[in-house]
Write a protein that binds this ligand. Sequence first.
Ligand SMILES: Cc1ncc(C[n+]2csc(CCOP(=O)(O)OP(=O)(O)O)c2C)c(N)n1
Length: 561
Amino acid sequence: MAPDGTVAEAVGRALVEAGVDHVFGVVGSGNFHVTNAMVGAGARFVPARHEGGAATMADAFARTTERPAAITVHQGCGLTNAMTGITEAAKSRTSLVVVAAEVTEPRSNFFVDQEALARAVGAIPFRVDDPARAVEVAREALTTAVADRRTVLLNLPLAVQAMQIPRRSGSSPAPRWEFSAGEVPPRPRRSPTSAGSGVDLERLAEAVRRAERPVFVAGRGARGAGPAVSDAAEVAGALLAESAVAKGLFAGHPWSLGVSGGFASPAAGELIGSADLIVGWGCALNMWTMRHGTLIAPGATVVQVDDTPEALGAHRELTFGVLGDVEATASALVERLGPEVRTGYRTDVVGRRLEAGIGWATESYDDLGGDGKIDPRTLSRDLDALLPGDRVVAVDSGNFMGYPAAYLGVRDHHSFCFTQAFQSIGLGLATAIGAAIASPGRLTVAALGDGGALMSAMELETVIRLGLDMLVVVYDDHAYGAEVHHFGPDGAPLDTVVFPDTDIAAIGRGYGFDAVTVRSPADLDTVRAWLDAGRPRPMLVDAKVAGQEPSWWLEEAFRGH
Ligand SMILES: Cc1ncc(C[n+]2csc(CCOP(=O)(O)OP(=O)(O)O)c2C)c(N)n1
């Protein structure tokens, strides 16, 4: 029988035939053929400048489109370079296939135990070691990624990659995952696809009937179920809130409080903290979303609805949990509660408060700008007013991150990308690139600290090469501000975390950006002119921010260490 090409070719083709249409990576000898096979089968390949960037671009692309993505890496060092991004994706349950070349001979310079690497960070390893099963294993890896919402590592040993595979005869046609932008991925295989049990549902309905001030908090697990949760909240008289990774889910809803937790505005925090019933929908109610529990009033009933048994109560003690699909449970709750719409927390008084605005823009503060520095709140507030509302926002980690997360509004949950499950700095730029590729025709804002920006600066070239519609905003305090504010008050020496001022605008120009150094609100006129000119090329703002005060949420963060 005539062969059907090499294993590398067959695996690449099989992944694309099964629905992977975007692959990110850095190509070396070990992943050259498999990458070309994916391109040959119709996928778009996005070359990154560092494998860490590739992994996070793919992660952000998958989160934004809610479709699986792939990365390809060279054996050994290509994979280890990608590990931080892979860890973030695995912790976030992103459907990602990491296609890695592999050497299995321990004396090779490239050798590392790739299977152990995957397991160590919560990714699921697969290996193709039999040419006859190559396509089957590739499909199984993708199925696990999509159906179980996992990040998988598909190891392709070099020797096996080069082998010919027998022509497929009589094999079943490739299962193809069909996706369209914004579509929810298929339900997980091993989790319930239906509403919670009748007993649990009745308990939830009873809790809602008794509640006077219910708040429904939606998390990542509710991103595809916004309308159902919103309908249930209406019948329950509940206010709505989102976890940071679901920011935008209820954007524009008159009863939405926006993000709950450290980024919540004081007024939103007060309303959540006065709730007598909190229901987390696909939401862990973790220390971030519940501000270490301080947003839960003493005696409040706390319920979690989730399709994964281990998720229930994993972060805090619940009054009870409901094991069920979020959308189905929300719909079943509406049915069980009947047609009567409760007032609950949706009173006239609260309505007037929300109408007047409870967001950060309405909070007053003492502007710390001057002496060549801009207050990061003023910078964020002015950018929010200046930039088009139809934007995508990606945020890196650091002291600064609360400002863009709190002040830069987005229209929906596909417009905010927050890769913070591993709390790594340096992922923000790649996050913005992946989200931008997934959002053609819209402006993407990458909000970075100078530390995160310089850790990932090589991907500025990727932004230029791809001609992305992007504004990179660097909150530049020429320091690891988070550490400065953590240790500075105790009088500790800060030489290890403070740097000389860097002209990051010049770095941007070097890569081909339009760039401006912003030291006062008036300097943002350059951004206005760039917008008026139709954003001809990517722009970088090096904002020299006043750094004498920590951001308000940082204290919360340190309590979690
Ligand atoms: C990969 C990684 N290294 C180190 C840290 C510890 N860390 C947390 S915040 C931070 C400082 C970030 O500095 P910058 O990006 O300039 O933002 P800023 O805190 O100044 O606002 C560091 C080093 C981390 N979270 N991730």
